[in-house]
Design a protein around this ligand. Structure first.
Ligand SMILES: *Cc1c(COP(=O)(O)O)cnc(C)c1O
Length: 219
């Protein structure tokens, strides 16, 4: 199927209040442009270098989301233009984002990435760490950032029960933090599990291969 067919099939399935982040990693700027021309404005990349190469080739009103693990020494490159950093997985990283957004006179939106998967390969804050960081944020420690929500990735498995359990864990934390300060984004769900994520309360999904096709890491 073409990008157009894939994109329209997904858009047709999505409730109006669910944000679609089109994950364009490994795909060329021309593919991003194609999705943009269909009306998509929010794109996700997981590597700073790839984002830095692509962004200048594309329309300026694209909202770029960084969705992959981010090293503190690379924050400065994306701070001038990044819309949202979805992958805040340490206090050190949030402090660095706060510093660099200040230098750029911006408020950068961030999501706290919480570890919900059983696998230990995934990055993310433990639930207790996320709560603590959020408390520091509420106390005014990171004034140049805005924590707009949470992000999580479920275990890579066919076991739907397991995935559901993990998504609901994040939804519960979202509801809890939302009592302290209104959050608007619960980012969970990818190509294979976004319908389940939405059922579990996601209002933002990150979809790559279901739009752009399989990724080829060999090139
Ligand atoms: C690659 C990636 C996605 C999209 O994955 P697909 O399975 O291609 O939809 C979503 N979230 C993160 C963090 C990713 O790295």
């Amino acid at each position: 199927m073409s990008i157009k067919e894939n994109y329209q099939a997904i858009k047709n399935q999505l409730p109006a209040e669910v944000q679609l982040v089109a994950v364009s990693k490994t795909h060329p700027a021309s593919a991003v442009q194609e999705a943009y021309d269909l009306g998509q404005k929010v794109f996700g990349e997981n590597k700073v270098q790839e984002l830095m190469e692509k962004a200048p080739l594309l329309p300026e009103d694209i909202q770029w989301h960084l969705i992959g693990h981010l090293q503190t020494n690379k924050v400065k490159y994306i701070a001038p233009f990044i819309d949202t950093i979805q992958s805040v997985d340490s206090e050190k990283l949030l402090a660095e984002i706060n510093k660099e957004s200040g230098k750029n006179n911006r408020i950068i939106k961030v999501l706290l990435q919480v570890k919900i998967a059983a696998e230990d390969t995934k990055f993310g804050l433990e639930i207790s760490e996320a709560k603590e960081l959020f408390q520091q944020y509420l106390a005014g420690k990171y004034p140049n950032t805005e924590i707009t929500g949470l992000m999580g990735m479920a275990t890579f498995t066919d076991d739907e029960q397991q995935i559901r359990k993990e998504f609901l864990t994040l939804k519960r934390l979202f509801d809890e933090l939302n009592q302290l300060k209104t959050l608007n984004t619960l980012s969970m769900g990818m190509s294979d599990d976004f319908p389940l994520a939405i059922e579990c309360g996601a209002n933002s999904i990150r979809v790559g291969s279901a739009i752009f096709g399989k990724r080829d890491y060999s090139i």
